[in-house]
Design a binder for this molecule. Sequence first.
Ligand SMILES: Nc1nc2c(ncn2[C@@H]2O[C@H](COP(=O)(O)OP(=O)(O)OP(=O)(O)O)[C@@H](O)[C@H]2O)c(=O)[nH]1
Ligand SMILES: [Zn+2]
Length: 209
Amino acid sequence: MIRTNRTVKIAGSEPGVSAPVFDQARAEKAVRELLLACGEDPDRDGLQETPARVARAFQEMFAGLYLDPDSVLDRTFDEAHEELVLLTDIPLYSTCEHHLVPFHGVAHVGYIPNAHGKVTGLSKLVRLVDLYARRPQVQERLTSQIADAVDRKLRPRGVIVVIEAEHLCMAMRGIRKPGARTTTSAVRGLLQTSSSTRAEALDLIKGRR
Ligand SMILES: Nc1nc2c(ncn2[C@@H]2O[C@H](COP(=O)(O)OP(=O)(O)OP(=O)(O)O)[C@@H](O)[C@H]2O)c(=O)[nH]1
Ligand SMILES: [Zn+2]
């Protein structure tokens, strides 16, 4: 049986909801073991600090595992705006959960506030993208997790998330096709049910340059 890390309760979460804790010593040991498995000498000059560096890098790249996504959109304010709010070209770096190499690109996030005009700070949408990106991911899940969090917290009339990314697991290894881009989308509410509203949002995303 694989022993997992201990967990801690996320501040403000429901009883029983917990998040994993990063184990630096265990990660360092694993990186050292990987270097040995690759036939490298982890004790040679250039590699001595590598297990500690790689462990810290993974802690940063997976920082979203230790945060509560719902707390990101906790602060909302009322603004009488019932039309689309769209953020485009949010830079995105994530980690493919199959190969643990990066996929990177841009995210576009839009929502139509509800009749109460419940809106959030623009940077909070960027923080949400960042939080979910900093986990072992597949692009489809990343896209829908962002859409679902906006839907859950803002109760908007509609949500659209589009991600365009290049997967290094298809560029630097495997099929080796640098430049191939994957586009995923997730739509909720009015942006799912109304093709004209969705088309308007997609036009704004496509025509942004
Ligand atoms: N749908 C989806 N697939 C992904 C994503 N990231 C990586 N993959 C794919 O995951 C698949 C894993 O396939 P496997 O056959 O188990 O692994 P593999 O032998 O390393 O596959 P190759 O990459 O084809 O060499 C590959 O086809 C990857 O292109 C993602 O975000 N979404
Ligand atoms: Zn991959």
